[in-house]
Design a protein around this ligand. Structure first.
Ligand code: GRF
Length: 188
């Protein structure tokens, strides 16, 4: 088994934090060309881009998931960490595979699931936000919770300012939780 695979779609600041913490990342997978891939390249980590053919409707979610599943199975990871991976995947990724998948989401689930969690938090007028680290299951932003932490929503908060403060805490905690899970699995 081969350490940790990290899945990204965006800036990759969480990937950078995981790297800085010295976790054994065996591969980075993305669904698109994105800035986070440069971080992986600079660190010399193998990259697989399982490119989406389109980002609209219709999207062959089942076909895409099977392609991603094949790549993951070949990498044979101990653990898979989603770190801003944006494609919703079919249930076949979560059933009958020999690894757990962990997700991190910028809200206190079950409030504000989905891709616009921070925007939705501000639009609703919520005063407490935060993030959730949980086992990923076929239901998006659902699954057994490992850790949650609160972040206050300040007055005059923008989506960018709130998300950055959430990510600051995510970058501290996500590597610690992943390290613990990797160690636990190694002992199992
Ligand atoms: C994080 O806020 C994470 O909770 C969400 O996507 C963001 C990833 O940020 N799932 P980055 O691309 O690592 O900067």
């Amino acid at each position: 088994m081969n350490g940790l695979v990290v899945m990204i779609s965006g800036k990759g600041s969480l990937l950078q934090a995981i790297l800085n913490a010295g976790l054994p990342i065996s591969a980075v997978i993305s669904d698109r060309d994105c800035p986070g891939l440069c971080i992986a390249k600079e660190a010399g980590i193998p990259i697989s881009i399982v490119m989406r053919k389109n980002f609209g409707i219709p999207f062959d979610r089942i076909g895409y998931t099977h392609a991603l599943r094949d790549v993951l199975l070949k990498k044979n990871p101990k653990l898979v960490a989603m770190a801003g991976f944006k494609t919703v995947l079919d249930k076949s990724l979560f059933e009958g595979v020999p690894f757990k998948i962990i997700n991190i989401h910028p809200s206190l689930l079950p409030s504000f699931p989905g891709n616009e969690a921070v925007r939705d938090t501000i639009a609703y007028g919520a005063k407490i936000s935060g993030f959730t680290i949980h086992y990923a299951t076929p239901v998006v932003d659902h699954g057994p919770i490992l850790v949650q932490a609160p972040v206050s929503v300040l007055s005059n908060e923008t989506e960018e300012s709130l998300h950055e403060r959430i990510k600051k805490m995510e970058r501290e905690l996500y590597p610690l939780i992943l390290k613990e899970l990797l160690n636990t699995q190694a002992r199992a």
